[in-house]
Design a protein around this ligand. Structure first.
Ligand SMILES: NC(=O)c1ccc[n+]([C@@H]2O[C@H](COP(=O)([O-])OP(=O)(O)OC[C@H]3O[C@@H](n4cnc5c(N)ncnc54)[C@H](OP(=O)(O)O)[C@@H]3O)[C@@H](O)[C@H]2O)c1
Length: 288
């Protein structure tokens, strides 16, 4: 606590060591906010804090794996030890996996549920009551254009983002009259390590779609949150992609997404261990 017995409000960014989270931390820091950067790698966090330089009034870093047991409680303890309160929570940590759900490792797929859904939900629900009691601040949750449709061959990722959008939009409606804002940000592909790590950039869909800059997405997210928006869709390309998913019937859209996200060299979803092109693709062609 400071001399008045009041904790300092902080912008707490989960997934702040790189990508969109880091860019949002930079925008908040430029406005003079106290920022808390959270991610797993201490080295990457130190580099991100150094990049913020003197722009932030204060920068704190916490190396934390949000998938670990008790992680949210550790974050709460860290904030109170440093006389901080979570004024704005930014949930940007998240990952995806491209490939057949029937053949990808189970644990890696369930990790998407743990991080993109469970950790985001726990953090939001832990900090929201304090925000409502203070009548200010809020939550920025990173969704995606993927939240608007099922996504065969990235099934869990798209489903996790569907959850994030539904949860965030509902919370916005519940709390916005209290002075608290919950904003879901739904960008299309953004040039970050996410695309390489998830394997998305090897799929035709992500080769054709234009890529947004993380700085641009961060500016849109922060501005939209300040304007107390429920949903922020950065860039025309993201808006067009969402409009398309609304217009095209699922019977057409889902096979199209499957085709654009599957690679013929991927392991066949039937589990034969062969490449798709040498397995079910051949059977489908000969059956036609
Ligand atoms: N890039 C895109 O095309 C795109 C498009 C739409 C939506 N999004 C969403 O936007 C969000 C940010 O994506 P990004 O592109 O910035 O990804 P990114 O570049 O891969 O950054 C992810 C951040 O999350 C942290 N992180 C990952 N696992 C964590 C864990 N278990 N505990 C704590 N921190 C963890 C990473 O640091 P450590 O590895 O050091 O922990 C890193 O700081 C994600 O939710 C993603 O789904 C991305």
């Amino acid at each position: 606590m400071n001399g008045n017995g009041i904790s300092r409000p902080a912008v707490v960014v989960i997934g702040a060591s790189r990508g969109i989270g880091k860019a949002i931390a930079e925008v908040a820091a430029r406005e003079g906010a106290t920022v808390v950067l959270v991610a797993r790698s201490p080295e990457a966090l130190a580099a991100a804090a150094a990049d913020l330089g003197n722009t932030a009034r204060s920068v704190f870093t916490l190396a934390l794996d949000l998938m670990a047991e008790g992680a949210a409680r550790r974050l709460e303890a860290f904030l109170s030890e440093n006389d901080l309160v979570c004024d704005v929570l930014v949930n940007s940590a998240g990952y995806g996996l491209r490939g057949g759900a029937a053949v990808m490792p189970l644990d890696e797929q369930l990790g998407i549920v743990d991080l993109n859904i469970r950790a985001l939900t726990e953090l939001t629900l832990r900090f929201l009551p304090g925000m409502v009691a203070r009548g200010r601040g809020g939550v920025i949750n990173l969704g995606s254009v993927a939240s608007f449709t099922p996504g065969p061959f990235m099934a869990l990722y798209y489903a996790s983002k569907g959850f994030v959008r539904s949860f965030s939009e509902a919370l916005h409606e519940e709390v916005h009259r209290t002075g608290v804002t919950v904003t879901c940000v739904a960008p299309g592909p953004v040039s970050t390590e996410f695309l390489e790590r998830s394997g998305a950039n090897r799929a035709a869909l992500f080769k054709v779609l234009p890529k947004l800059d993380s700085e641009y997405v961060a500016e849109c997210a922060w501005r939209g949150f300040k304007k107390r928006r429920r949903l922020v869709i950065p860039g025309l390309s993201s808006k067009l992609a969402i409009a398309l998913t609304a217009l095209v019937p699922s019977a057409v859209l889902l096979p199209l997404i499957a085709r654009l996200q599957r690679r013929s060299k991927d392991p066949c979803p039937c589990g034969s261990g062969k490449a798709y092109i040498a397995c079910c693709a051949v059977r489908r062609r000969s059956a036609q």
